[in-house]
Design a protein around this ligand. Structure first.
Ligand code: SAM
Length: 273
């Protein structure tokens, strides 16, 4: 009666872990996003497993079936096409349901494109905000970026080949051409590439050769510099005073209310004071 959340490689098959192999060998059932795709991985590992499809379109319905099987004493492994399940991949409803029903959930950690990219990016990694995919439509995407424009933590995005340039153009418009970023391409694969440049330079690099726009990408963007000079000095003083008596979140909210500023901007400032 255990659900294992098993991470699989994001390109290099040698990145499967010993625990993942052991788990996939011993469970009663493997729930996979794409049974054909995962069938090939299992075949490569010499594992004969019973597979069941669990993808975005049937997750709610299939989760109930899987809960019944788990309650009947079966062990199940959840895998996605690549990397860690639930990280922009199916599994959230199933795990939530397991927790609600007192079913044990055991993570078997391994590759995740976001963390893999961050670890070698050279951008601040002590604090970061994982944002997954930005909206597909430019207007909504620009709005999301606007909301993130004052975020001082490193931002991590996933993006598909066909939206890569449009997204970078929107980043250039909203976050500025000079904002430093890292494009991490084809991680763990033969053509793994890191391009660490300001946004405008990354766009230029991609436009130099359209082949560069093909593949899998993680986009990491340096957080906004907290610009104290842009904030009214009275607001800074108020924040400092309130901070001595209140938690930062509350102090930032009150100061934002008084001076008509953004809560998050003051919160970030408070952290740096
Ligand atoms: N669950 C996965 C994980 O743990 O990273 C992510 C799945 S999400 C549907 C797929 C996206 O992850 C791709 O569009 C790309 O942005 C990113 N990605 C996955 N593998 C990658 C790789 N080898 N190199 C760069 N990005 C990758």
């Amino acid at each position: 009666m255990t659900l294992y959340i098993v991470a699989t490689p994001i390109g290099n098959l040698n990145d499967i872990t010993l625990r993942a192999i052991e788990t996939l060998k011993t469970v009663d059932l493997v729930a996979a996003e794409d049974t054909r795709h995962s069938g090939l991985l299992l075949q490569h590992l010499g594992i004969k497993a019973k597979l069941l499809a669990l993808h975005d379109h049937n997750e709610q319905e299939k989760s109930h079936q899987l809960i019944e099987k788990l309650q009947a004493g079966q062990t199940i492994a959840l895998i996605s096409d690549a990397g860690t399940p639930l990280i922009n991949d199916p599994g959230y409803h199933l795990v939530k349901l397991c927790r609600a029903n007192g079913i044990k959930v055991v993570p078997i950690p391994g590759a995740c494109a976001a963390i893999t990219a961050l670890s070698a990016s050279g951008l601040p990694s002590d604090k970061f905000s994982y944002e997954g995919f930005l909206p597909a439509k430019s207007k909504a995407r620009q709005e999301s970026l606007q909301q993130l424009s004052h975020e001082s933590r490193t931002l991590i995005f996933y993006e598909s080949t066909h939206r890569l340039l449009d997204t970078l153009m929107d980043m250039q418009t909203i976050l500025g051409a000079d904002r430093q970023m890292v494009l991490a391409k084809e991680l763990t694969k033969t053509w793994e590439t890191f391009v660490a440049q300001p946004i405008a330079e990354v766009i230029a690099w991609l436009n130099e050769d359209t082949n560069r726009q093909k593949g899998e990408f993680v986009l990491l963007v340096e957080g906004a510099a907290v610009d104290e000079t842009a904030i009214n000095p009275d607001a800074i003083r108020t924040l400092q005073l309130l901070q001595t008596e209140l938690p930062l979140k509350k102090a930032a909210a009150i100061t934002a209310e008084i001076y008509g500023l953004k809560k998050n901007q003051l919160y970030q400032l408070g952290l740096s004071l």
